[in-house]
Ligand binder design. Sequence first.
Ligand code: PHE
Length: 351
Amino acid sequence: MTLPNFNELEKKFFEKIQGVQTLDETEAIRQEYLGRKGIFSALVDNLKALPPEEKQKTGKDVNTFKTMVLDRINQKKSEFELKALEETLKKDKIDWTLPSYPFMPGKSHPLTQVMGELTDIFQGMGFEIAEGPEIETDENNFGALNIPDGHPARDMHDTFYIHSATDDPGSKLILRTHTSPVQIRVMREQKPPVRIIAPGKVYRHEAVDATHSSVFHQIEGLVVDKNISFADLKGTLEMFTQRFFGKNVQTRFRPSYFPFVEPGVEVDISCTICHQKETHPHCPVCKGKGWLEMLGAGMVHPNVFKAVDYDPEVYTGFAFGIGIERVAMIRYGITDMRLFYENHLDFLSQF
Ligand code: PHE
């Protein structure tokens, strides 16, 4: 058989493509060349009869030619399409130059922003982020944290119980009432040293009002190693309050009780609204107390270490739990927590 004459083929193709007047005509040429029974399938069929050395070279030429044909056809098609669009636009009565409706770029919710800032601060101090599920076992949320069944501390943590067939605290499921069960999960997974924070949602059976919500957010912290002392706890939390609220903020540690720490404290900061100045009896945020309660903390209780198989004679540690809504309210002087959840843009777009 004779080899295809590419010069001839190309010349013919160019004559055709230059002559087309419409999109349909271009499509017809595409069919003629690239369709199933088109010129190219014939060329490829003919290749089969060639001796191997020529087959390779001619095959390449066929491909080059094909790419060229395809490019040219596509180019023609775009030309026609553009022309059609221009004509529609000309006929159209729409004024494309009218300004559009104002468009507000989205941003993260203030609670998400605060959560991000807190995690940044602690990550800067070398903490890693840990996570746990919102549906927890009774055992992780209470038992392993030294809050056995019937313990009065459970009263404050009434929650939503999820139906389970057994009474075994390891499989009884609840919505977690604090992020502290993440402490248990982490310690059961890894050996000391531990230095983690665990941000997330928590749930309690609360009547919703200006300062309570049945869903809210906490960030848990846990440090365990040899020779961790209360001084480390104080230093860490003071560093945190200064980074978050500013250098002039004072911190106060008050004795308090949480079953999973000993000793336990609540940490207050000096009121960031009235700064404990003369006007403070009327301060809307601290109500004249001059101090704002901010978080719970303490040294990890030996019973907690026993529950996770850490030797309390070898290791010590501290833990803290910060309410995200609380710190956000303090920082921005917000007096009603419900504003965070109602999702009015007037409120949210201020942050
Ligand atoms: N989990 C406690 C609460 O939600 C806070 C806390 C965490 C206290 C860690 C001490 C240590 O009330």
